[in-house]
Design a protein around this ligand. Structure first.
Ligand SMILES: [Ca+2]
Ligand SMILES: [Ca+2]
Ligand SMILES: [Ca+2]
Length: 198
């Protein structure tokens, strides 16, 4: 199991535009938030060098141990020197990590698929900066999908779909016959948790 932080707001639009079918609604994030990349059905476009957009991601819980990965599906069109995409991950206004000068003029989208090796402390305000770089006249860069994938929150149980679990132990010092212990679980169908210490 995993947690996913996907685009849920435009923080800075710059000269990026959204393009394509019903997703052309004036919001960038609605064109790059799908669960499975939809290629040119919905995307955001930059045809202007040195313009950056900032996209907010939905909050996730602080994850347990494991790899965090940033996915950015993009491609470009142009001639001569390559069009470049500068990708930065921020928490709020603090830079976490940069992946500058990404290129792909293959004609099909490719995924940045970058491991986040620097520490994230605030998972409630993650942002992705997408900077168009070296985009000349008649050239463009498109991004169709962005998300951050992280392990489940530490201490949660995703192995079943039970609503809670009951843990009992004999206690000879009083009349207690059992105790209940639960934990919050955002990753399955559990509807509530109950913690009771006698
Ligand atoms: Ca849109
Ligand atoms: Ca070029
Ligand atoms: Ca898309």
């Amino acid at each position: 199991m995993a947690q996913y932080a996907r685009p849920d707001s435009d923080i800075t639009v710059g000269n990026w535009t959204d393009e394509g079918t019903s997703f052309n609604d004036g919001n960038l994030y609605t064109s790059i938030q799908e669960v499975t990349s939809d290629n040119d059905t919905s995307y955001i476009n930059a045809d202007d060098t040195a313009t950056t957009c900032v996209i907010g991601l939905n909050s996730i819980n602080a994850p347990g141990t494991g790899t965090i990965t940033l996915h950015v599906y993009f491609r470009s069109s142009g001639t001569g020197g390559p069009e470049k995409l500068d990708i930065d991950l921020y928490e709020g206004t603090s830079l976490v990590q940069s992946w500058p000068n990404q290129t792909n003029r293959s004609g099909t989208y490719s995924d940045l698929n970058a491991t986040v090796s620097n520490t994230i402390t605030d998972y409630s305000d993650l942002r992705v900066h997408l900077g168009a770089d070296s985009v000349g006249s008649g050239e463009w860069i498109r991004v169709t999908q962005v998300y951050l994938e992280a392990p489940d929150a530490a201490g949660t149980d995703t192995s079943d779909s039970t609503s809670a679990y009951l843990k009992g132990s004999q206690n000879t010092s009083d009349n207690q016959v059992a105790f209940l212990q639960g934990s919050q679980d955002a990753g399955d169908n559990q509807e509530a948790y109950w913690k009771h210490i006698l």
